[in-house]
Design a protein around this ligand. Structure first.
Ligand SMILES: *[C@@H]1O[C@H](CO)[C@@H](O)[C@H](O)[C@H]1NC(C)=O
Ligand SMILES: *[C@@H]1O[C@H](CO)[C@@H](O)[C@H](O)[C@H]1NC(C)=O
Ligand SMILES: *[C@@H]1O[C@H](CO)[C@@H](O)[C@H](O)[C@H]1NC(C)=O
Ligand SMILES: *[C@@H]1O[C@H](CO)[C@@H](O)[C@H](O)[C@H]1NC(C)=O
Ligand SMILES: *[C@@H]1O[C@H](CO)[C@@H](O)[C@H](O)[C@H]1NC(C)=O
Ligand SMILES: *[C@@H]1O[C@H](CO)[C@@H](O)[C@H](O)[C@H]1NC(C)=O
Ligand SMILES: *[C@@H]1O[C@H](CO)[C@@H](O)[C@H](O)[C@H]1NC(C)=O
Ligand SMILES: *[C@@H]1O[C@H](CO)[C@@H](O)[C@H](O)[C@H]1NC(C)=O
Length: 450
């Protein structure tokens, strides 16, 4: 079993149900490094690591890839790629009744010969690092699966219907680079009906906003990896000159100040909390997570993550702004035979079946915190104020998709020059198209039938 293999190969892995703090600390400092690499803005990482990337189609790639993409997205003509899309049972009352009692997060991945609704050709919103098709990933079986809940049918995302529902509305994805991965999937699906126009990006192309003119729909992604106030001291390569200062009693204004302009939000956090950080409450140091030599109380990332989620969820349920809020659960990685820094790879080409893989302890801990804090606010505050709060529990179904990551194909044609090249693998973000598209099928289902 994979989990066992991982325990053999990786001395830093946690023992199940039996971890001590020392082991945690050791593990988490390494996780912290991993996170620094993978969750750091991919532009910066790319400039440091991907300098050998060959420009496709003779384009100049001296610009940061995202900068270039942003331009091409704005400049490109709307392209309607003919794709056959069917929406089984989409407007079917029976299907709606089924879904009411159906746990859409429990099920299997089943073969789906119809394949993805978009490609690297039809969608221009795919970030280079997740554009597995363009980058030369040779296998394509990973594209032909769909998530099949055990007790009901999950219709495919219906972009016409979605955009009709979203007329004059505004939607935001709030979180880290996985949220950006998610928004790109949505942009690609929607581009079959209408091409988005990019109307805003921040200096670093991490927060963006798009407008769908004929539906007057606004879609945003907001970069706020901790969701709470954080002072991060990282240079262009993601190397920190000083430890992160996390204020556990203050939300990041970068999203809260815009919150009232959104009708729908998908909030997600997690992995950045594994980094070394000093924890502050009321501007006073309270302790830290993995800070040897600092003579501070080790509070553990769990402490900070729980506090942050409490703050976020209380803000959302206590706000007089009535939004439809999804809290997305943590996303698992699939590094095998090592971690990202020790040659870890993800070479599997088919999904796991139920029982073939166990969730890693870090993901289990994070998801448990998410579930507990979600249940608390739902039980306490309820939704009587008009706020709709839903759990988008994608952790388990994503865990079953080790085949959905870029692996070495985060770079363009990584083996073009040297078949045996040693290439950094990405076993955390998701290929586009890829399994993350099903997250949007789930969002649609929750929106329509939830
Ligand atoms: C709705 O579902 C029922 C039962 O599954 C089926 O008989 C019917 O044909 C479906 N209707 C549509 C419009 O798909
Ligand atoms: C899309 O991917 C294919 C390989 O699957 C490649 O030949 C083609 O150039 C790519 N197109 C774009 C626009 O990236
Ligand atoms: C959208 O806004 C316009 C202008 O305010 C209004 O005329 C139209 O009825 C609105 N449409 C919907 C579906 O709310
Ligand atoms: C677009 O939607 C906004 C609300 O999000 C509304 O204020 C505005 O009037 C709409 N514009 C048009 C042209 O419908
Ligand atoms: C908020 O945005 C500003 C400007 O974009 C940035 O400098 C700051 O680091 C952000 N805060 C967090 C917590 O990400
Ligand atoms: C926060 O700190 C200020 C002084 O720095 C103090 O006056 C105040 O009582 C503190 N508040 C709490 C809740 O501890
Ligand atoms: C660590 O902190 C404690 C309490 O703040 C203090 O008593 C102790 O002297 C400190 N130790 C070192 C080595 O600074
Ligand atoms: C790649 O490795 C194989 C065996 O490990 C070797 O036979 C082959 O010569 C290598 N190719 C190159 C281009 O280095």
């Amino acid at each position: 079993m994979v989990q066992e293999m991982r325990f053999e190969m990786n001395p830093f892995s946690l023992q199940k149900h039996n971890h001590t703090f020392v082991k945690c600390a050791l593990c988490f400092v390494l996780m912290g490094l991993a996170v620094r690499l993978w969750f750091y803005d991919s532009i910066r990482f790319s400039s440091a690591v991907d300098s050998v990337e060959t420009p496709p189609e003779g384009k100049t790639e001296s610009l940061a890839p995202e900068e270039q993409k942003a331009e091409s997205l704005e400049d490109s003509l709307p392209i309607q790629t003919p794709v056959s899309v069917d929406f089984p049972g989409n407007d079917n009352q029976t299907s709606q009744k089924d879904s009411a009692k159906c746990d859409i997060f429990t099920g299997d991945w089943i073969p789906d010969p119809s394949g993805p609704v978009y490609t690297n050709e039809s969608c221009h919103a795919i970030e280079n690092h997740q554009n597995c098709m363009r980058n030369g990933r040779p296998d394509s079986e990973y594209l032909y699966w769909r998530w099949n809940p055990r007790d009901c049918q999950l219709p495919r995302f219906n972009p016409e219907r979605f955009l009709d529902l979203m007329r004059n509305k505004s939607w935001a994805f709030i979180g880290d680079s996985i949220s950006r991965n998610h928004v790109q999937s949505l942009l690609c699906i929607l581009s079959q009906v209408e091409e988005a126009v990019e109307v805003y990006h921040d200096e670093e192309y991490r927060s963006k906003r798009w407008h769908f003119p004929s539906h007057n729909f606004t879609l945003s992604v907001i970069w706020t990896p901790f969701l709470i106030e954080a002072d991060v001291f990282e240079d262009i390569n993601g190397v920190s000159s000083s430890d992160i200062m996390l204020h556990l009693d203050k939300l990041d204004k970068n999203w809260t100040e815009q919150y009232k302009s959104f009708d729908y939000v998908v909030i997600a956090g997690g992995k950045w909390f594994l980094k070394t950080a000093i924890y502050y409450v009321n501007d006073t140091v309270m302790g830290c997570h993995y800070c040897p030599g600092r003579n501070l109380t080790e509070l553990g990332f769990e402490f900070a993550y729980r506090k942050a989620l409490q703050l976020i969820l209380n803000f959302v349920t206590g706000s007089d702004h009535k939004a439809f809020v999804f809290l997305r659960t943590t996303t698992p990685d699939h590094f095998e035979n090592g971690e990202w820094f020790s040659g870890g790879t993800c070479k599997r080409m088919v999904p796991f079946k139920e029982g073939e893989i166990d969730m890693r302890d870090i993901d289990r801990i994070m998801r448990d915190i998410e579930l507990e804090e979600f249940e608390k606010v739902v039980a306490d505050a309820g939704t009587e104020r008009g706020v709709i709060l839903k759990l988008l529990d994608t952790t388990h179904l994503s865990l079953l998709r080790p085949d959905g990551h870029p692996g070495p194909y985060r770079q363009f044609q990584p083996f073009a020059e040297d078949k045996n090249a040693t290439v950094q693998n990405d076993c955390l973000h998701w290929c586009l198209p890829g399994p993350i598209d099903s997250w949007n099928d789930l969002v649609m289902e929750m929106l329509v039938n939830g």
